[in-house]
Ligand binder design. Structure first.
Ligand code: AMO
Length: 432
């Protein structure tokens, strides 16, 4: 008997073979003399066909009483057929209910339920093919990101998520009790990836959770997301960063298209590989570019509506889904960005009208950095350990941070970034 690990392993080539397989009962169709049991796992679905008179009486009557979504082990014989999508059906010898599901189910597995109900019962929601596929693609996208950066000579690092100081401003910090001290959940590996430049690692990346006490109920914000952070030394300006970022996106998209076409097709996605160079515009140019088309006036940074509009206009004019926006005023950027006058050497990357990344060359000259912190009323004392590493040979450096789930949201046309997170966190959701 062949033990099947995943249902996708079963094919017409197994015709006549005895197998044992596992899965969850997706559906049961009872046509009187014929009963079909549809079994699914994360890879596929297989039909088990019970025929009155042929299938043992014990199994034939048992089938109708198996509650949907129960976990089962089935032994049977594979039969080639052109009546099912997989090209096979299983003629059962025995059906073992490993874990009987309660009924009724807390979630309708056929019809669309409310978002809250879905997230409350996420374990069931994730059994649905479309949702399973999102996370298969996510896993692959992370793998390709790592593959690309490893090939480029980057080292993957892990930095603390319990920190004493925020990197991205006080408004979105989650405080926590840390013994007798006040601490926070890390908003970004920002300071640590910079410190690693002083440590001589030169090219580092991290893929880790970032926490933001973002009191917004939008489709783009969550309190916990996965940030891909990149930092590298000996740069002069943002060109090297932009170039690397373009190559990273192209690599991930190409690999997904080459290797994961089956899953993408099932999701109805045809990935377009973006052409290099991606369109690039200074904030001033964005202002001119959008002015003609709407009453929106671009301020020191882009809001949701401006980003959306810019995405649409870029698509129309350049036939491109991406656009780098550069030359943000320092007033709108964190203290550690390098200035050229009042403008920073920084960028945002938008994908289909949504900001997916922020990057910059950092200020590595300690005197200027201290001055910039002071201008923001950030005490030197709170930055003591961060500033220390700028005293002993901190090279010029820069990097970027990308919200991988936001990329996935746009790539897979999801309704919200939350759809790309197993158990999303927002101001209203701390469970499951
Ligand atoms: P920033 O704060 O712009 O930059 O964050 C970088 C990227 O992270 C994603 N992101 C989020 N995704 C979902 N929910 C949120 N609440 C959320 N906040 C941010 C976005 C965003 O573009 N230290 C800098 C990066 C750097 O300069 O290297 C930083 O964190 O996709």
């Amino acid at each position: 008997m062949k033990e099947i690990e995943f249902l996708s392993e079963i094919s017409a080539k197994d015709d006549g073979k005895k197998i044992a397989m596992h899965g969850w009962v997706k559906d049961i169709r009872d046509l009187g003399g014929l009963k079909f049991l549809l079994v699914r796992d994360r890879t596929s679905e297989v039909q088990v066909t019970c025929i009155k008179g042929k299938t043992s009486e014990k199994i034939f009557s048992k089938v109708s009483n198996i509650p949907r979504e129960s976990a089962v082990r089935i032994t049977g014989v594979v039969k080639k057929t052109n009546k099912t999508r997989s090209g096979v059906e299983i003629i059962p010898i025995d059906i073992d209910i490993l874990a009987k599901s309660e009924s009724p189910l807390p979630l309708d597995m056929v019809k669309e339920s409310s978002v809250d109900k879905r997230f409350d019962n996420r374990f069931l929601d994730l059994r649905r093919r479309k949702n399973t596929l999102i996370f298969i693609i996510k896993s692959k996208m992370f793998k390709y990101a790592r593959e690309f950066l490893d090939k480029k000579g980057f080292i993957e690092i892990q930095t603390p998520k319990i920190v004493s100081v925020g990197a991205e401003g006080g408004a979105t910090l989650f405080p926590l009790v840390y013994f007798d001290k006040e601490a926070y959940l890390a908003q970004s590996p920002q300071f640590y990836k910079q410190m690693m430049q002083s440590a001589g690692f030169s090219k580092v990346y991290e893929i880790s959770p970032a926490f933001r006490a973002e009191l917004s109920h939008t489709t783009r914000h969550v309190s916990e997301f996965i940030s891909l952070d990149v930092e590298m030394s000996f740069i002069d300006g943002i060109d090297a960063l932009i170039n690397l970022h373009e190559d990273l996106i192209i690599y991930m998209f190409k690999k997904l298209k080459e290797n994961d076409g089956k899953e993408l097709t099932e999701l109805g996605i045809d990935i377009k590989i973006p052409k290099k160079p991606f369109p690039r515009m200074s904030l001033k140019e964005v202002e001119k570019f959008t002015k003609k088309h709407a009453s929106i006036s671009v301020g020191a940074e882009l809001g949701t509506e401006e980003e959306k509009l810019l995405g649409e206009l870029v698509k129309k004019k350049y036939k491109h889904d991406f656009v780098f926006v550069t030359e943000f005023p320092w007033s709108a950027r964190p203290f550690y960005h390098m200035k050229d006058g009042n403008i920073t050497r920084s960028f945002d990357l938008l994908y289909k009208g949504l900001e997916i990344s922020t990057g910059a060359q950092r200020e590595h000259r300690i005197d200027i950095l201290k001055k910039q912190a002071a201008e923001r009323n950030i005490s030197e004392e709170s930055l003591k350990y961060y500033l220390q590493c700028f005293k002993y040979g901190m090279p010029p450096h820069g990097g970027f941070g990308t919200g991988l789930e936001r990329i996935l949201e746009k790539l897979l046309n999801l309704r919200s970034v939350k759809e790309a997170i197993l158990f999303p966190r927002d101001p209203d959701r701390l469970v499951p």
